[in-house]
Design a protein around this ligand. Structure first.
Ligand code: HEC
Length: 86
């Protein structure tokens, strides 16, 4: 998957939030930089939007929670975009 394919469906704002907060561990093409579980290219086939939003807000399994850092609507928008990655 190319960066363009990975970022399809994400607004410029979402891409900026992703780049600042998520790219270091999940990679520029959602390929995952710290192990197979960090590959998000098909995350929407494993998790729904609510589950993804929960992971973003609360973290877990080695991922920090972003509940105190991102606005609820930012976490929601990231989750909606990632839930389409099937
Ligand atoms: C410090 C590294 C780190 C950062 C930063 C990070 N994550 Fe994660 N993330 C992880 C790890 C590690 C896992 C794997 C957890 C597991 O093993 O189930 C994960 C899992 C996930 C999952 C669930 C994947 C699955 O299949 O279980 C989602 C969705 C996710 N991250 C989204 C994000 C988003 C969106 C951001 C930015 C707001 C972000 N992550 C930032 C490390 C990180």
């Amino acid at each position: 998957m190319t960066k363009e394919q990975a970022m399809a469906g994400a607004s410029d704002e979402i891409q900026t939030i992703y780049t600042k907060n998520c790219l270091s561990c999940h990679g520029g093409s959602l390929e995952g930089k710290i192990g197979p579980n960090t590959n998000l290219q098909k995350v929407g086939s494993r998790m729904n939007k609510e589950q993804i939003a929960k992971q973003i807000n609360q973290g877990g399994n080695g991922m920090p929670g972003f509940g105190g850092k991102l606005k609820p609507e930012e976490a929601e928008a990231l989750a909606a975009w990632l839930a389409e990655k099937k």
